[in-house]
Structures are given as structure tokens and as C-alpha cells.
Write a protein that binds this ligand. Structure first.
Ligand SMILES: NC(=O)c1ccc[n+]([C@@H]2O[C@H](COP(=O)([O-])OP(=O)(O)OC[C@H]3O[C@@H](n4cnc5c(N)ncnc54)[C@H](O)[C@@H]3O)[C@@H](O)[C@H]2O)c1
Length: 405
């Protein structure tokens, strides 16, 4: 980590996130006497945000030693990196890494001899496999796109250790992907452009958990929303949620803002740029920077320049097209990522899954596992308590009724 002067700021940011992520604290207090991660070398590739720092400090309190690199070259909050460094974490991350530095930093984490790997997008897991790194007991994976890659590895019989797909917990994807990314994606677009959302025609590609959240927040701010899908069921859901559903080619000349949320590549490609309206804005909320064919924007533009960091203009066939966050995950590059309240739920699943893998890896196979049901429901119960929500219980009569025929 280059700049240690940021430590004090990082600590304040950690405190801020920590004060809104009470369930992590509850879990730490419950387990601190037993130190369930004692002796563990934990290797992390996560977005280096204040919310992530809450997970890292929790893992340290429970006994592990941590090394950390970023899950994206542009998403590092440098004050957090400095603060974590000061806490003894081996941090290999800084803002605006080149592609090469980004992969070198992943390599550095693998050179610390980690036993459990926690990843977001699976570049750390894939490199561990390619380099045949020894001594890894198991791992966890945070996001949809990472799990897709790991399942492909599993199907080919190449997975070398057990991995828990944290995204599969209901307390993760129903909240982080939907409400978290929904809010932070709109926030990043507004922060980077300051455009009025009301009245804009926003085209959302992908109506999965992320797409649903982004669509609902855009609609709430007064946008006219069109959804693009390839899956019939999700297209129907979007339709009945009140959105227009169209092929991308049918709306490419009508949208003011395009947001990709698919986990697929080239969803908005060369053939689309040429048909877009003057002033169209492109943003990606999916994990990887391949949903928009960014290199073709460069190739096809007569002129291109930066208006401000992460807002670039391309002149294509007499029109101006604007790209946010260089096509990388907009809510983390252009804003601060998902809010602490939902990251508390995601990272409670992470923490408990890391403990589960460390404890049970010998009994597990080289498979991608879902988060154990008891962990998912425990996180839901803790969150309800923390958020001050009260719910009823079934009466004995109702329990009996549910079992009757
Ligand atoms: N930015 C963030 O903070 C954040 C948070 C969570 C997940 N993610 C990432 O966002 C992406 C989406 O995640 P999700 O959980 O919503 O996944 P999901 O699988 O629930 O949804 C993806 C949707 O995209 C649709 N789709 C696929 N290809 C398409 C195409 N060519 N055109 C239109 N639609 C297409 C699929 O049918 C599916 O309905 C993934 O890359 C995931 O890793 C980002």
C-alpha cells in the first residue's frame, strides 16, 4: 500500500460502516471467545470499500491473518486500504490499478500462502487453479458472475477445492443485488453526470436481481423504463411489473441511458453504438467490463476524451455517446458501492461461510455449495432484530394446521 497517511480517514470510514453493520458485530461477539478462525490464513479479493473493512476486521478478531487485493482495478477506496494495512492486513491494492498491476496484486495474495480464499468475480480462484497453488482448503465466492465461472470449472471436473457460493443465500441476492445495487447504480449515474432521471428513457438489460433493483429505482425517480431480456420468465416478470419489454435493437435508438446488468458479454456492442441517439449514456452494473463493447467505442470514434474521471465522451458518426466508469462496475467505480445495511447481510453470510469451510472442508467435496440453510436463516433473523422489525409467530394451532391434510 503506497500511502499510509490516509489511515485516520480510513478508520473513520470503517467506523461509519461498522455502526450500520451491527449484525457483524453481533456475530463477532458471539464467537470471539472460541476464535473459530484461529490460525487461518485468509486470502481475499474483494472491492476494497469501508463495508469490506468491517468484514476484514471481524475476520481478524476471530483469529485469522488476512491478505487482500481488489476485485476491480478501479474500485479501491485508498483510505480503507491504508487503514487495513495499519491493522496488519497485507494489502495489495490501490485506486486505478493497471490491468497488469491488478493481476500482479492477485498473485501477491496467493503468495502469502492462503488456506481459504474469498473472492468476488473469481479471478483469485481461477488464478489459484491455473497456478495450481497448494494448501488451499476451500473458498467462498461473492457474486453471480463468479459462481457461473466456478460452476463451469466444476462441470468440467476441474474444481480443486470446495467453494460456497455466497450469492446463493437469499439474504444475499434478494437484498444486496436488488436493493443495494439498485440504489448505488442510480446514485453513481447521478453523481457522475448530474442528469435529471425524471422523464428519461432508461433501457435496462437483464432483469435478474440486479436489473430488478435498478429498474425499480429508475422508475421511482420518474424514468420511463424498458427492459431487455433473453429469458422468457424474467421478461414476463418485467412486463407484469409494469415495464415495456423489447429487444435491444428495437430500443437502441430511443434510450437516453442504457444500463447493463446481465453477467453476459457484448450486450451493447458495435452495431448498437451507431444507432444510438446523440447524448446517449452507457453504464454497466454487471461484474465484468465486457457487457459493453468498450474497445469498439474507441475504434469507432473519430474523437474521444475525458470530461471528468469516469465520464468519457466518444464522437461516433456525428453523435456524442457517453461512457461511465470506463464500462466497469458503475456503482463501485463511480460511487461507493452498495450500502452498509445490505453489505452487512452479504458479509455475515461470508463470515459464517468462511468459518463453515475452515471447520468442515475435510467433509466437503470439490463442489460449489450453496450457503447452508441455517446460516441464511440465521442472517435473516439477526437482520430483522437489528433493523427493528417485529414479526409474528405461528400459534400451536397454526403449526398443527400447516401439517394437516
Ligand atoms: N454492481 C454490483 O454491486 C453487483 C452486485 C451483485 C451482482 N452484480 C453482478 O451483476 C450481474 C447480474 O447479476 P444478477 O444477480 O442480477 O444475475 P441474474 O442471473 O439474476 O440476472 C441476469 C439476467 O440477465 C439476463 N441476460 C443474460 N444475457 C442477456 C442479454 N444478452 N440481454 C438481456 N438480458 C440478458 C438473464 O436472462 C438474467 O435474467 C452479474 O455480473 C453479477 O455478478 C453486481
Amino acid at each position: 500500500m503506497k500511502n499510509i497517511e490516509l489511515i485516520a480517514n480510513g478508520e473513520k470510514s470503517w467506523e461509519w460502516a461498522y455502526s450500520r453493520m451491527g449484525i457483524i458485530n453481533t456475530l463477532v461477539n458471539e464467537k470471539i471467545d472460541h476464535k473459530p478462525l484461529k490460525g487461518l490464513r485468509l486470502g481475499l479479493s474483494l472491492h476494497v470499500t469501508k463495508e469490506t473493512s468491517v468484514l476484514v476486521i471481524a475476520a481478524i478478531k476471530l483469529g485469522s491473518k488476512v491478505s487482500l487485493c481488489s476485485a476491480n482495478p478501479l474500485s479501491v477506496q485508498e483510505d480503507i486500504a491504508a487503514f487495513l494495512s495499519s491493522k496488519g492486513v497485507k494489502v495489495y491494492a490501490w485506486k486505478d490499478e493497471t490491468e497488469r498491476e491488478y493481476f500482479d496484486n492477485i498473485k501477491q495474495v496467493l503468495q502469502t500462502g492462503p488456506q481459504v480464499l474469498t473472492d468476488d468475480g473469481s479471478n483469485l480462484h481461477i488464478m489459484a487453479h491455473n497456478k495450481k497453488i497448494q494448501g488451499i482448503l476451500g473458498g467462498t465466492e461473492e457474486t453471480t458472475s463468479g459462481i457461473t465461472r466456478l460452476r463451469a470449472l466444476e462441470e468440467q471436473g476441474k474444481l480443486l477445492y470446495p467453494i460456497i457460493g455466497v450469492n446463493e443465500a437469499r439474504t444475499k441476492h434478494l437484498f444486496d443485488n436488488r436493493y443495494g445495487t439498485g440504489q448505488s447504480t442510480l446514485m453513481a449515474i447521478i453523481k457522475l453526470t448530474n442528469v435529471l432521471i425524471a422523464g428519461k428513457h432508461i433501457v435496462i438489460c437483464g432483469y435478474g436481481y440486479v436489473g430488478k433493483g435498478v429498474a425499480s429505482r429508475a422508475k421511482g425517480l420518474g424514468a420511463i423504463v424498458t427492459v431487455v431480456e433473453v429469458d422468457s420468465l424474467r421478461a414476463l416478470e418485467a412486463y407484469m411489473d409494469g415495464y415495456q419489454v423489447r429487444k435491444i435493437i428495437e430500443v437502441v435508438d430511443k434510450g437516453d441511458i442504457f444500463i447493463t446488468c446481465t453477467g453476459q458479454k457484448n450486450v451493447i456492442s458495435e452495431k448498437h453504438f451507431r444507432k444510438m441517439k446523440n447524448g446517449a449514456i452507457l453504464a454497466n452494473a454487471g461484474h465484468f467490463d465486457n457487457e459493453i463493447e468498450v474497445d469498439k467505442l474507441f475504434l469507432n470514434s473519430k474523437e474521444n476524451y475525458q470530461i471528468k474521471p469516469y465520464l468519457d465522451c466518444f464522437h461516433i458518426q456525428g453523435k456524442k455517446i457517453f461512457l461511465l466508469s470506463k464500462g466497469r462496475v458503475v456503482n463501485l467505480v463511480g460511487a461507493e458501492g452498495n450500502p452498509p445495511e445490505v453489505m452487512a447481510m452479504s458479509f455475515a453470510n461470508q463470515l459464517l461461510s468462511i468459518i463453515h469451510v475452515f471447520r468442515n472442508h475435510k467433509k466437503m467435496q470439490n463442489k460449489v455449495y450453496s450457503v447452508p440453510e441455517n446460516i441464511d436463516s440465521n442472517v435473516a433473523k439477526l437482520s430483522i432484530k437489528y433493523l427493528g422489525i417485529s414479526i409474528d409467530r405461528l400459534t400451536q394451532l397454526q403449526i398443527k394446521y400447516a401439517k394437516s391434510y
